[in-house]
Design a protein around this ligand. Structure first.
Ligand SMILES: [Zn+2]
Ligand SMILES: [Zn+2]
Length: 136
């Protein structure tokens, strides 16, 4: 069983999936319930207002949204800055546009890589060993 320090409170615990300890998971669940209740009553609240109303730190709320633990459907003001361009976003680390751009440059890069591999691979040879010493 891997023992690790809780990312949130620093206590040692047996890691089972999450990077925070069971105590903190419980606390986060309580916070989530509180945030959801607050949002039900204040549909147009922004993150700062929710932080104030629920006493949950702004950064924690953003983390919860980023991780997909807090899902926002009808709360247009619950947005935070995209990590890439700073424009408001409501899920993940990047705004919709950056997500698209990143996906595009990623697939362009992998297409380039495929092309390079195709060029350097010496046809359909027979390998008795696992390409020893080949780094590409
Ligand atoms: Zn903890
Ligand atoms: Zn962006």
């Amino acid at each position: 069983m891997p023992i690790t320090n809780c990312k949130r409170c620093g206590r040692m615990y047996n890691r089972v999936g999450r990077d925070i300890c069971p105590n903190c998971v419980r606390e986060e669940d309580l916070m989530l319930t509180e945030i959801r209740n607050f949002l039900r009553k204040n549909k147009l609240a922004n993150i700062a207002e929710v932080a104030e109303g629920t006493h949950v730190e702004y950064e924690i709320i953003v983390d919860m949204i980023r991780d997909g633990r807090l899902i926002l459907r009808n709360h247009p003001n619950m947005s935070y800055a995209c990590e890439r361009c700073g424009k408001p976003t409501q899920s993940g680390r990047f705004c919709g546009r950056c997500t698209q751009e990143l996906a595009r440059s990623l697939s362009a890069a992998s297409a380039e890589l495929r092309e390079k591999n195709a060029q350097t691979k010496p046809g359909k040879g027979f390998y008795s060993r696992n390409d020893v010493g080949r780094l590409d």
